[in-house]
Ligand binder design. Sequence first.
Ligand SMILES: [Ca+2]
Ligand SMILES: [Ca+2]
Ligand SMILES: [Ca+2]
Length: 374
Amino acid sequence: MANYVNKQVIELNEVTEENRNKATRSVKSETQLSDGRTRLYRMAAVCLGVLCVLQVILNISLRLAFSGYNEKRNQLENCYNTTGLVQDRNQPDTSSGIIDLCTDRDQLQKERDQCQTNMNQLERERDQLLRERNQLLRGRDQSVTSSGIIDLCTDRDQLQEEIDQCKNNMNQLEMERNQLLRNRDQAQNTDSKNQLQERYNALTRDRDILRNRVSVLTNEKVALEKRLSEHGINICQKIRKTCPDGWRLWGSSCYFLSTEMKTWEESRLDCLNRGANLVIINSKEEQEFLFGLNKGAWIGLSDSVTEGTWKWVDGTPLTTPSYWYSQQPDNGGDNPANGEEDCVEMNTETWLPVKAWNDQSCFNNRYWICEKRV
Ligand SMILES: [Ca+2]
Ligand SMILES: [Ca+2]
Ligand SMILES: [Ca+2]
């Protein structure tokens, strides 16, 4: 339609131009005509000019109208092209509705794109939140691990306290055990002392019996000597001093040196059974004689009855001279391994015979020396 209009306008312009040319030529050819006719021509030219102006206005209006129409038509064609619809020429004109729909579609597409953009943004935020959540979960796991370590440390400390408590209890039990052992040893020592005391008492009774017998015999001897003296005969001076076999004569005594070792009490009983007693040293010479036997042996001296009070086996107290080794007697020197030292041995391992006595535990085994008067 626009082409058709343009074509008509062009033809009209051509006609107008031709007419104008003809008019011009007529004016030029007939210039010399009369002034009336000139005026007529001018009026015709003015009319022609007005017609030209109207023609231009018409052209512009048509162009504007067709321009809006073309724009609408292009918009509609784009709408059909983008939607794939086919325009039905038999249907009533629905271009305005279709354009509105296309406009709405475009608007919706924009909104859809905006939604897509928003969705992408939300997805990015979601991913960021997921990463933060995972990070928090890892932190929580680490926190749980730390909590586990703290629990382990607490358990360890508690076990250490229990171990310390067990050690304390064990030490307490060991102290109690040691105390019980000491009590037991003390009780055993007490029993041993009681046995020794009973034995000592029995021996004391035997000694008293023997003393009575000695006293009786002494009285008989005195009576006999008195009778012999009355008869003027000193038989004793005529009797040759002799000792039994295995005994040694020194001075007015016989001495028996054992060949086996026994305790002090067992040794004394042996001497009593031999009609003698453990040796009583009455002089320095007798001490030197016994030292010369060169055998460590029990002698008849002890402080079993009263600690520190030394007595001979005949009940007489020890008086000077005595022949203790240096720093003796020491009653064991406060060494529990030595025990009580209440009996005396002749120690011949020393250099000086006058420093040869040592108090010793009565329960040790030693040789022994018996003495009896000739
Ligand atoms: Ca003697
Ligand atoms: Ca003693
Ligand atoms: Ca001693």
